[in-house]
Ligand binder design. Structure first.
Ligand code: NAD
Length: 491
C-alpha cells in the first residue's frame, strides 16, 4: 500500500495553526511508520512548547467570534465537515490503515463511526437549553444558561486515529469552544487530514488548531497547555498514568477535565447463556482492531459447567481469523501498532503460560508476516496471579478464567481499579438486573458485544476516568452553567 490517495492534498505533514499550515517553530520533523512493515511513510512537524503556545494564541483570539455565532451557524459548518469526511472515506481509511495497521474494512467503519459524532453534535449544537428557575422570592427572577468553556485542548491515542479526535472536536465546536489538538505520535496523518477537511468546510481560522509531535516533544507541548490559564479544559483519551499526570499538572489553573482512560473489561458467560451468541459477542468485542481497544474484554470469566464447551467453540472461531496486512481484502487482524505493543503481548502470554495457563490456539509472534504481528490467542486456566488479569494486554489474547457462581463472578469482575466497560451473557432476566447494577463500569454490554454509538454516553468510573462522550450528555463537558439573578421585578 502506498500513500497515493485520490486527493493527495489530504496528506498533511505540517501543523494547522491560525488557518495556516506551518512547520514546527524550530523546523524539526519526526517519522511516521507503517506498523505492517516498519517502513517510514512520512515525516511530520515535531512541535514543542512554542508551537503549542502559538496554537493557544490563535484559539484564544478566535474564541469570542466563534462563541457568538448562532448555534445553527456552527451546526451548518459541522454538517459541511461531516459531508466532507464521508465523501473522503476511502482516502481517510487508506491513511488510517497505513499508519495504524487496521484492516481497510475496519478503517472505513471507523470513518463512518467518527463522522457520526460530527453529525450528532451538529444537531446537538442547536439544543443547548438553559432553565428558567421557578420563582423563589418576590422581586427576583432566576435563570441558568449554558456557556462554552473557552479554549479546549484535545489529546488522543493511536488506536482510533479518527474517531477519538472527532468525538472531542465535534462537541467542543458545537458548544462554542475553540480547540487546540495533538493526536498520538504514531498516527498523526489521519487527524491532520481531518483538520484539512474542517478547513475545507469553512471553519474560521484559529477555531481548530492541530499540531503533531513525537512523544518527547508532545509532552513539552502539552505541558505548555497545562500551565496556560487560557486553556480552560483538557479532554484526553489514553492511558491511566498519563491521565493522572494531566489531572495533577492542570491543578495549577484548575481546568475542567474529561478523562477517557484505560480499562480491564470483564466478559462474563453464565451457564444459562446462549453460548453461540456469547462467542460471537466476544469475537466482536475482543478482536476488533486486533484487541487494541479500551473496551476490549481483557478477562473472560466462564461458569464451570460450560467452560470447556465455550473454550472449544471460541478456539475454533479464533483459529480461523485471517491475520494479514491491511492491503489484504480478507484481513481480519492486522499488525499491532509497534514493537513495544508486541513485546507486551508476548510478555503477558509467556507469564500466563509460566503460571500454568494452556494455549488453545495462537500464543506466538507471526514474524513471517512482519515485525508486529501476533497470532490471535485463546488461553485456558487463567488465574488472578497472572499479569493478564490485572494489566490491559491491548492485543488479540483472550484468557479464560473459571468461576462457580454469580457472587463470585461479580466479585472477580469488580476486583480491579478500572471501570470502563463490562459484558455479560445470560438468559435469566432477574440476573440481568442484578448483574447490570452490580458491575462497576461506565458501559455495560448485556448479551451484546458491540456497544459503541454516538447516541450513547461513553466513559468510565474508578480509574478509567470521568466525563462522557457522545449522547445528549456529551455537550455538558464543554459547557459551564451561569446563574443569572435579576432583581427589580414587581412580582
Ligand atoms: P498514552 O496515554 O500513552 O498516550 C495517549 C496520548 O497522550 C498520546 O497523544 C501521547 O502522545 C500523549 N502523552 C503521553 N504521555 C504524555 C505526557 N506525559 N504528557 C502529555 N501527553 C502525553 O496511551 P496510548 O498508548 O496512546 O493509548 C492506549 C491507551 O489508551 C490504553 O490504556 C487504552 O485503554 C486507552 N484508551 C482509552 C479509551 C477510552 O475511551 N477510555 C479509548 C482508546 C484508548
Amino acid at each position: 500500500m502506498s500513500l497515493a490517495l485520490t486527493r493527495d492534498e489530504l496528506i498533511r505533514t505540517h501543523n494547522l495553526i491560525d488557518g495556516q499550515w506551518t512547520d514546527a517553530a524550530d523546523g524539526a520533523r519526526f517519522p511516521v511508520a507503517n506498523p505492517a512493515t516498519g517502513e517510514r511513510i512520512a515525516e511530520v512537524a515535531n512541535s514543542g512548547a512554542a508551537d503549542a503556545r502559538a496554537a493557544t494564541d490563535a484559539a484564544a483570539r478566535a474564541f469570542p467570534a466563534w462563541r457568538d455565532k448562532l448555534p445553527r451557524e456552527r451546526a451548518e459548518l459541522l454538517r459541511r465537515w461531516h459531508a466532507l469526511i464521508v465523501a473522503n472515506t476511502d482516502d481517510l481509511a487508506k491513511l488510517m490503515s497505513m499508519e495504524q495497521g487496521k484492516p481497510l474494512a475496519e478503517s472505513r467503519g471507523e470513518v463512518a463511526y467518527g463522522a457520526s459524532y460530527v453529525a450528532w453534535f451538529a444537531d446537538e449544537a442547536t439544543r443547548i437549553y438553559g432553565d428558567l428557575i421557578p420563582q423563589q422570592q418576590r422581586g427576583k427572577r432566576m435563570s441558568a444558561v449554558k456557556e462554552p468553556l473557552g479554549v479546549v485542548a484535545a489529546i488522543t491515542p493511536w488506536n482510533f486515529p479518527l474517531a477519538m479526535i472527532a468525538r472531542k472536536i465535534a462537541p467542543a465546536l458545537a458548544a462554542g469552544c475553540t480547540v487546540v489538538a495533538k493526536p498520538a505520535e504514531d498516527t498523526p496523518l489521519t487527524a491532520l487530514a481531518l483538520a484539512a477537511l474542517a478547513q475545507e468546510a469553512g471553519l474560521p481560522k484559529g477555531v481548530l488548531n492541530m499540531l503533531s509531535a513525537s512523544r518527547e516533544q508532545g509532552i513539552a507541548a502539552v505541558a505548555d497547555w497545562l500551565a496556560d490559564a487560557r486553556v480552560r479544559k483538557i479532554t484526553f483519551t489514553g492511558s491511566t498514568p498519563v491521565g493522572k499526570h494531566l489531572a495533577r499538572e492542570s491543578a495549577g489553573t484548575l481546568k475542567k477535565l474529561s478523562l477517557e482512560l484505560g480499562g480491564n473489561a470483564p466478559f462474563i458467560v453464565f451457564d444459562d447463556a446462549d453460548l453461540d451468541a456469547a462467542v460471537t459477542g466476544l469475537m466482536a468485542s475482543k478482536f476488533r482492531n486486533g484487541g487494541q481497544t479500551c473496551v476490549c474484554p481483557n478477562r473472560v470469566y466462564v461458569q464451570a459447567a460450560v467452560y470447556e464447551r465455550f473454550a472449544d467453540l471460541l478456539a475454533t472461531r479464533v483459529a480461523a481469523l485471517k491475520v494479514a496486512p491491511a492491503t489484504d481484502p480478507d484481513a481480519q487482524i492486522g499488525p499491532m501498532i509497534n514493537t513495544r505493543a508486541i513485546d507486551k503481548i508476548a510478555r503477558h502470554v509467556e507469564d500466563a503460560v509460566a503460571h500454568g495457563a494452556k494455549v488453545l490456539t495462537g500464543g506466538k509472534r507471526l514474524t513471517e508476516l512482519g515485525p508486529n504481528y501476533y497470532a490471535p490467542t485463546v488461553l485456558t486456566g487463567a488465574r488472578d496471579d497472572m499479569i493478564v488479569c490485572c494489566e490491559e494486554t491491548f492485543g488479540p489474547v483472550a484468557p479464560l478464567f473459571r468461576f462457580t457462581d454469580e457472587a463470585e463472578a461479580l466479585r472477580l469482575a469488580n476486583d480491579t481499579p478500572f471501570g470502563l466497560a463490562a459484558y455479560f451473557y445470560t438468559q435469566d432476566i432477574a440476573r440481568i438486573d442484578r448483574v447490570a447494577s452490580g458491575l462497576e463500569a461506565g458501559v455495560i454490554g448485556i448479551n451484546e458485544g458491540a456497544v459503541s454509538s454516538e447516541a450513547a454516553p461513553f466513559g468510565g468510573v474508578k480509574e478509567s476516568g470521568y466525563g462522557r462522550e457522545g449522547s445528549k450528555y456529551g455537550l455538558d463537558d464543554y459547557l459551564s452553567i451561569k446563574y443569572l439573578c435579576q432583581g427589580g421585578f414587581d412580582r
